[in-house]
Design a protein around this ligand. Structure first.
Ligand code: ZN
Length: 202
């Protein structure tokens, strides 16, 4: 149960940083208005925003546009997902990095977007793409049948799955309902290289 303790630690750390910044701003307000009471400066610079009575803000009665200092505690603490093993964005594992970050410098934008949408899995066979697999963008509804060049009509497939799908014209795939991955032992998965056909569509 390390995570709840860490969460508590970071919440306290975040509050402490916000408190420290407020203290510094109060010191700044004192020096800027040496002849005014600090309560006057507090009323001038700190406003109530939601539950926060200490929002450092330009808000004035009747003002249309205002700005306020964003505090650390306005952002939720999101648990960082550890990078796998010795992975590095420069190791050439385009599938892993595109899936993780939604992009890889050498991966076409469309492929990277689809990889992320499909959670790194082929819409045809349901297997997770591995580094070196040949990936191809398929038109779910073939262009010959009026299918459009839009993301809702694109799906990313293994090259061999794409060939099978094209020959069977199997049609629809729900990218949001990716099939559970079958047992590895039951399937022989070819070791594949980057497709020479690249980011081609059918
Ligand atoms: Zn496949």
């Amino acid at each position: 149960m390390v995570y709840p303790l860490l969460l508590l630690y970071f919440t306290r750390l975040r509050n402490a940083i916000d408190h420290l910044i407020t203290q510094r701003l109060i010191a700044w307000a004192r020096s800027r208005h040496p002849n005014k009471a600090i309560s006057w400066a507090v009323r001038k610079y700190w406003k109530t925003k939601g539950n926060d009575n200490w929002s450092f803000s330009t808000w004035e009665e009747g003002m249309r546009k205002t700005a306020h200092l964003i505090q650390h505690n306005e952002f939720p603490i999101i648990r960082h997902i550890k990078v796998k093993g010795n992975s590095s964005p420069f190791d050439g594992n385009q599938v892993y990095w595109s899936n993780r970050m939604g992009k890889h410098p050498e991966m076409p934008k469309r492929t990277a977007t689809l990889l992320k949408q499909q959670q790194g899995k082929c819409c045809f066979c349901g297997l997770t793409f591995k580094d070196g697999d040949k990936l191809e963008v398929d038109h779910i509804i073939p262009k010959a049948k009026g299918g459009k060049d839009t993301y809702s009509n694109f799906q990313l497939l293994h090259r061999h799955c794409h060939d099978t799908k094209t020959s069977q014209d199997r049609g629809m795939c729900d990218k949001h309902q990716i099939i559970e991955e079958p047992d590895e032992g039951k399937l022989s998965r070819p070791v594949l290289q980057t497709s020479r056909r690249g980011d081609s569509s059918a």
